[in-house]
Design a binder for this molecule. Structure first.
Ligand code: ADP
Ligand code: MG
Length: 700
């Protein structure tokens, strides 16, 4: 209904006038003084002493105590950087970038000089870098080139409690490095969760606690379940703004769409409020934050608002532990978050909305008690909290596709994955499923070892299907084209669709359509951009996001470097797009679909329904093709195929014979199929053996 309770309006003017700015801290103190104010500073000496005396330690502390920004600097000050780099891993890209920037400021050095960061496709470090922040995925890839991580003197595995897939794999790998290198130190940091478990994993290593400095948080529950939590959160935020004393608001939502909707709705209500009253309405500074938001906009959440203005940050769970903003007095928790979950039936990962765990909910609430006593509004019932939420989140390794991990571990010569030292082993079903997919792609042979193709695929920081597409481009002589497509698929969408110019932007987009393929459409967009000298104004004129395109260009040049080191020459087919479509087809036969009705398809393997998106280039064909492959399936109101290409059925049979057959086959085809069938049986037997080995191991 969107009504605002105006009875309370009298209160706010009073509050806002008497209240002064909440936290002037960031402005009034120098960076050096701010560093000394952090809880970790009070235990600096003891902490360094424990590190000197132990090879591995676990550090536990509330978020905001200074673990991420200070530990690396303390290690530097204690001279660990004289003969090596201090590395610090983060599960999130945004955190790696933002923290590196902050630390470079504190150390008064250019970002990328003494302090730098590396995330996939972006390396902002140099020869002088002694403190390096990076995603855990980047460090994991570095172990491929240097199994002992010789350039690092210390690794801080930060945010280990998040239990991201790469962190979990790194645990097993770093345990070995610790055993091999006496001069190497490992520090695992964690919010309160899981510390004992981490300590046990490394052989009962010491746990160091940073004393907390937090204020009580009053927790209020919704009396009834909230039907529309976006609406609910917006209303609550407005009520707080109108009735409560100064203090910033932090709202937790699940993703970009919701965040944008909430921000827009907040802005509209503020406008309504301003026009409907003669009173002076205090300003509300509405700030979204999510991982795809451009970095300059992300940085805004740390800026101090003008006096008399209240900040309202609308965030994904990135603000749960990775980023800490001071001055938050009110938290609104919708109780939901997005999680990547592997669906074995569909054979794919899907980002799905789930209720968060109790640990995560408590973490969210805690964000309100960092600057003073705060309040947390939970938009769910106490009963849901107590009886429906899981106590702690399920580690990613137990719920996602392991294709990349399997490929990586295989290339580290860890042949029996079921033997790998996982802190919490993934379900064997997931390992076997991922192995099967890799085998189908041709990366694994019948006995589960890496094939020549598999060895090459490992070199690329890409999901296995995209790596396969590249290498198939090499074989088919269309590498140049496929390279561009893979790069475009690795960045956020290049199409800009502003809400107030929908028709215009759609018309602009349609001009780029290559009718039989969204993939080829991406290729065409890139080629056109190149033809127009990679110009920004040209992008604006055509409703293309120049940032995404530039990023794609960067990714492209990095993949090109890898191809060069592998001595793979760039080939092109010019305008023979059929060959390019065939290369695309080779990567995606697990995502092949057959026509069922208008715009309606079913997955060829499992019969899952999947739909053409209304903005797919395929509609331009004037008819819908019998067979298509797609990049991924997005679950919203329907299962939508994202990025679709029409394919010839005989390509499917030729490239993925274990799945598909051609009806009118001749003898040689029959023989071919027989051979394929034998191979499939051999692989299945191998899988069965693995299963048995695992079963025995479990009995022991
Ligand atoms: P922890 O890792 O223990 O959660 P951090 O080291 O991330 O703590 O944060 C310590 C302090 O540094 C926090 O109070 C936070 O507000 C501040 N801080 C961290 N990153 C930034 C940034 N990019 N800009 C401004 N302040 C920051
Ligand atoms: Mg941190």
């Amino acid at each position: 209904d969107g009504e605002i309770d105006f009875k309370e309006e009298a209160k706010f003017s009073q509050h806002m006038k008497k209240g002064e700015a909440v936290s002037d801290f960031a402005l009034s103190k120098t960076l050096a003084e701010q560093r000394q104010y952090l809880p970790i500073y009070s235990v600096r000496e003891e902490l360094l002493q424990v590190i000197r005396e132990n090879q591995v330690i676990v550090v536990v502390g509330e978020t905001g105590s200074g673990k991420t920004t200070q530990l690396t600097q303390y290690l530097h000050e204690d001279e660990y950087t004289i003969n090596g780099v201090v590395g610090c891993t983060q599960p999130r890209r945004v955190a790696a970038m933002s923290v590196a920037k902050r630390v470079s400021e504190e150390m008064e050095t250019e970002l990328g000089d003494k302090v730098g960061y590396a995330i996939r496709f972006e390396d902002v470090t140099g020869p002088n870098t002694i403190i390096k922040y990076m995603t855990d995925g980047v460090l994991l890839r570095e172990t491929l080139k240097d199994a002992d991580l010789d350039k690092y003197r210390v690794i801080v595995m930060d945010e280990a409690h998040e239990r991201s897939l790469s962190t979990d794999v790194l645990f097993g790998i770093l345990k070995k490095v610790v055993a091999r290198r006496r001069d190497f130190k490992l520090i695992v940091t964690s919010a309160t969760l899981n510390a004992q478990k981490f300590s046990n994993f490394f052989g009962s290593v010491p746990i160091f606690h940073i004393p907390g400095r937090t204020f009580p948080v009053n927790i209020l529950y919704s009396k009834t379940p909230c039907e529309d939590y976006v609406e609910g959160a917006v209303k609550q935020a407005m009520t707080i703004h109108i009735t409560s004393p100064p203090g910033d608001i932090l709202i937790f939502m699940t993703g970009q769409d919701e965040i944008e909707a909430a921000c827009q709705s907040l802005a509209e209500r503020m406008e309504q409020l301003v026009t409907s009253t003669t009173r002076e309405v205090p300003k509300l500074l509405i700030l979204p934050i999510y991982s795809q938001l451009p970095a300059d906009l992300q940085a805004k959440i740390f800026q101090k608002a003008e006096d008399g203005t209240r900040k309202c940050i609308v965030a994904t769970n990135i603000a749960e532990t990775s980023l800490t903003v001071d001055g938050i007095y009110f938290v609104i928790d919708t109780g939901y978050g997005k999680m990547k979950v592997y669906n074995p039936k569909m054979g794919m990962d899907a980002l799905q909305v789930f209720p968060v765990s109790r640990a995560a909910a408590d973490q969210r609430a805690g964000r309100a008690g960092r600057t003073g006593p705060g309040t947390c509004y939970r938009l769910y019932t106490e009963n849901a909290y107590l009886n429906e939420m899981l106590p702690s989140p399920v580690p990613e390794i137990q719920r996602t596709n392991l294709g990349n991990v399997v490929l990586l571990l295989k290339s580290l010569k860890i042949n029996n994955l079921l033997d790998f030292d996982f802190m919490d082993p993934p379900p064997q079903e997931n390992i076997l499923n991922s192995m099967y997919q890799l085998w189908v792609l041709g990366a694994l042979n019948n006995v589960g070892g890496l094939t020549e193709l598999g060895w090459k695929m490992v070199e690329f920081p890409l999901d296995p299907p995209l790596a396969k597409m590249l290498l198939m481009g090499e074989q088919l002589g269309c590498l140049d084209e496929v390279l561009t497509i893979v790069s475009m698929l690795s960045v956020p969408s290049v199409f800009f669709r502003p809400k107030d110019r929908v028709e215009e932007s759609e018309a602009a987009r349609e001009k780029f359509f290559v009718q039989e393929s969204d993939h080829l459409t991406l290729l065409y967009v890139y080629r056109q951009w190149k033809e127009h000298q990679y110009r920004g104004d040209w992008c604006n004129d055509h409703f293309l996001l120049v940032k995404s395109l530039r990023k794609a260009r960067e990714v492209r040049s990095q993949l090109l470097d890898i191809l060069k080191t592998l001595k793979i020459p760039l080939t092109t087919t010019g305008h023979n797009f059929d060959i390019v479509r065939k290369a695309i087809c080779s990567a995606y036969f697990h995502n092949a679909a057959r026509l069922k009705g208008v715009g309606e398809y079913v997955n060829c393997r499992n019969g899952m329904p999947c739909h053409l998106r209304p903005d797919s280039a395929i509609y331009g064909l004037g008819y819908t093709p019998e067979h298509v492959v797609y990049h991924e399936l997005i679950l919203t109101s329907k299962e939508y195929m994202q990025c679709v290409t029409a394919v010839e059925p005989h390509w499917l049979a030729e490239l993925g014979p274990m799945f598909f057959s051609v009806k009118d086959s001749n003898t040689s085809m029959l023989e071919h199929k027989k051979k394929q069938k034998e191979e499939k049986t051999a692989m299945e037997m191998e899988m069965e053996n693995l299963r048995k080995v695992q079963a025995e191991a479990e009995i022991e």
